[in-house]
Design a protein around this ligand. Sequence first.
Ligand code: SAH
Ligand code: SF4
Ligand code: F3S
Length: 480
Amino acid sequence: MDSLVTDLDFIDNRTPEQATAAASCDTKVTQETNTGRSRKLYIESYGCQMNFSDSEIVSSIMFKEGFDTTSQIELADVVFLNTCSIREKAEQTVRNRLGQINYFKKKKPGLVVGVLGCMAERLKKALLEEEKIVDLVVGPDAYRDLPNLINEVDGGQKAVNVLLSREETYADINPIRLNSNGVSAFVSIMRGCDNMCSFCVVPFTRGRERSRDAHSIVQEVQDLVTQGYKEVTLLGQNVDSYKWASEDGTEMVNFAQLLEKVALVHSELRVRFSTSHPKDITDEVLYTMKKYDNICKYIHLPAQSGNSRVLELMNRTYDRDWYINRVNAIRSILGEDCGISSDMISGFCTETEEEHQDTLSLMDYVQYDYAYMFFYSERPGTLAARKLEDDIPLETKKRRLAEVIDRQREHSYIRNQIAIGKVHKVLVENFSKKSDEYLSGRNDQNKVVIFPKKHYKKGDYVNVFVNDCSVGTLFGEAVD
Ligand code: SAH
Ligand code: SF4
Ligand code: F3S
């Protein structure tokens, strides 16, 4: 994972072929299944890990309908874009991509093009009118209906299903692990979000929060262990508010208890989770993390802003002091080494220069290991769009964001330097991007570590002595 994901560095002036070849850098593309099925499906996924995980559910549903997946768009009979609406740019990227896909559709007129996910939910039928090449619009809770919708399209119609559900968790669907390296897998534990942060479109695109049956989660994790997986990441917009009760009410499971159940599946299975909302993360969760060595000591705890007035306008329901209290609890229960990352929004409505400075000073206080940083992008229909004026000029938003990014680079470097001179247990995920003579994996704190491969391979746990670092990466040597 890159340590600095920002809004400032995306330029898309590639040809359709180049964009397809490079798509796996910005997006995730399905891998080949090749089981001899009659039709081929290509999915490109944008946005968050929830979307990547949903694409695996979609592939599973389509597989039963006679579709193999392909990683080559030219070979596809059906192309799905699983889309994101979080910022305007995310939607623009998809619209540009649809323009490029038009080129493939001209070469192969029977090609079916579907828009899935959050943009489908936000724009609904309007998307069919705005983007003529789209045949199919399907929201995140309607994937079980895909076989019927594909039939409608095969019959010459356009098809839409954007119904949201209060119950759907796809608990019984066995995802086809298409985005995975065979070592690490995502497991959805809940869907939707009830928080209504004023800037955020997710409650509108993903619907109400619901937690998945704890038994089906543990079962899925057990199956992954049997298949040889070494790491799971439990996914939800707000995992700390996970709450599931059995129908007869005799069993209640909160997030700390779920974490424990998952950690107990296998002591060599690493357990990660994302995202933690600062208002919900409890000491019980932190003590559970401490109790189990295989729960990774890393917490993604988005602050969004360091100023209490802005946080209130954002409807985050915590203030700066509360956030600092949670960070102090993490440091005192789990120690200084525990990795912490954040999301930050620069230039939210009415943010003053002093309030922006508060964000920088909060960053100085926490010293995040890394962060995802954005400038505010107004989303139609959200509380902020309805009630607040998007009054910070774009240049100011960008300048403040650049300052936040610079500060984060300093902190990432400082935090990485602390890792030098120590041995880290690294789970190997792949070859390094630059050379097959080097392996790449992550340590407990989610930092990428690169080292000469020797006799080690993907899926191994390797003790690596770290002797150097950059802003985004640790470098070292395996010690036997
Ligand atoms: N559930 C997570 C966030 C999911 S969205 C949480 O509560 O922390 C991922 C990130 O996108 C958010 O944390 C926020 O930093 C950013 N984001 C969301 N809406 C945005 C908007 N309108 N403009 C800019 N950034 C936004
Ligand atoms: Fe959006 Fe807030 Fe829900 Fe996160 S918690 S998904 S930012 S509404
Ligand atoms: Fe984007 Fe939807 Fe995820 S809006 S960030 S894909 S929940």
